[in-house]
Design a protein around this ligand. Structure first.
Ligand code: C5P
Length: 303
């Protein structure tokens, strides 16, 4: 048995440039993995099966099962795998949890079945599973273009702490629904992302005023109660408020870890069980086939 970590991601800004003939949207974003992880335990098995720590997910179709099938096709094997998935990343939150689990599954199957996929095979299989999955194969910090699968690595922003607030609101078929809600007024040229990239490359710093997100208007229209989340964050002292992916996760960017922890504690008092609140840091790219165990530094305990 071995264990792989699957980190969450934040979008440090997300601009949608327009709709494509194939139905997808061209976007510009900066992806960043952070130290909030799901973990996947891999064991050999006769069939492909997945158990999940989160009630209601075991036995339901999910991206890990799709990734297992994709990996088995790539490996041209009839071998099976059993995956025990421990969820800590909130579901459908804009943090890429399911995509990261799928990316870790592709990577883990290589070790389990003692095979090697090429970088191109991995990237293609990942892109078929979802637009965010290619980034999460290695993680770190990267510009994402196209539908999210065209990647250029960036240096990690240093000395930042993120207060991440994932409210427990549910929007059915969230990603597809919110992409469908986008209108011409939500499309931009990618200028904020470009400026943020230039700043990051020159200084490893972030400008919070450039953390725009094209889903803000449709998200708040679908879930007006989110206004209260943004307000609560500001009242708790958040220096700024941004949205990850298609939401509903909101986050703030802080330079002082004690301040970040104070903000998170205040928010826990106010929001109680209505939101999962974490303080996270940037997490570096995965070493090829990096294997971790439960007590490896950098793998956060359940919070
Ligand atoms: O690629 P993924 O499976 O995550 O996409 C889910 C849905 O989100 C797609 O079917 C599409 O409707 C929408 N989408 C999009 N443009 C993107 C990514 C996703 O329109 N760049």
């Amino acid at each position: 048995m071995f264990t792989l970590a699957a980190p969450a991601k934040l979008n440090l800004g997300l601009e949608i440039l327009g709709k494509r003939p194939d139905g997808y949207h061209d976007l510009a974003t900066i992806f960043l993995t952070v130290d909030l992880f799901d973990t996947l335990d891999f064991t050999p098995a006769p069939n492909l099966n997945v158990d999940c720590s989160r009630p209601g997910l075991t036995g339901r179709p999910n991206l890990v099962q799709d990734a297992l099938r994709a990996a088995r096709t790539l490996a041209s094997t009839n071998e099976g795998a059993h995956i025990n998935l421990h969820k800590r990343i909130p579901l459908a939150a804009g943090l890429g949890g399911a995509s990261s689990d799928a990316a870790a599954t592709l990577i883990g199957c290589q070790k389990l079945w003692e095979t090697r996929f090429t970088a191109e095979q991995l990237h293609e299989a990942a892109a078929r599973l979802g637009s965010d999955v290619p980034f999460l194969l290695s993680g770190g910090c990267a510009v994402g273009r196209g539908r999210g699968e065209r990647l250029e690595p960036l240096r990690l922003p240093m000395d930042y702490w993120f207060v991440v607030v994932s409210p427990d609101i549910i929007i059915r078929n969230k990603t597809t629904t919110l992409f469908g809600d986008l209108g011409a007024t939500d499309f931009t040229q990618g200028d904020c992302i470009l400026q943020q990239i230039q700043l990051l490359v020159a200084t490893s710093m972030l400008d919070p005023t450039l953390l725009v997100n094209a889903f803000t208007r449709p998200l708040y229209r679908r879930a007006p109660s989110l206004v209260a989340i943004s307000a609560a964050m500001q009242t708790a002292g958040a220096s700024n408020v941004a949205i990850s992916g298609a939401g509903p996760t909101h986050y703030s960017v802080e330079r002082d870890p004690e301040r970040a922890v104070d903000i998170a504690n205040r928010l826990r008092d106010v929001l109680g069980s209505n939101a999962q609140i974490e303080v996270v840091r940037p997490f570096p790219p995965r070493c090829p086939n990096q294997i971790v165990t439960g007590d490896t530094p950098g793998v956060s305990a359940p919070r």
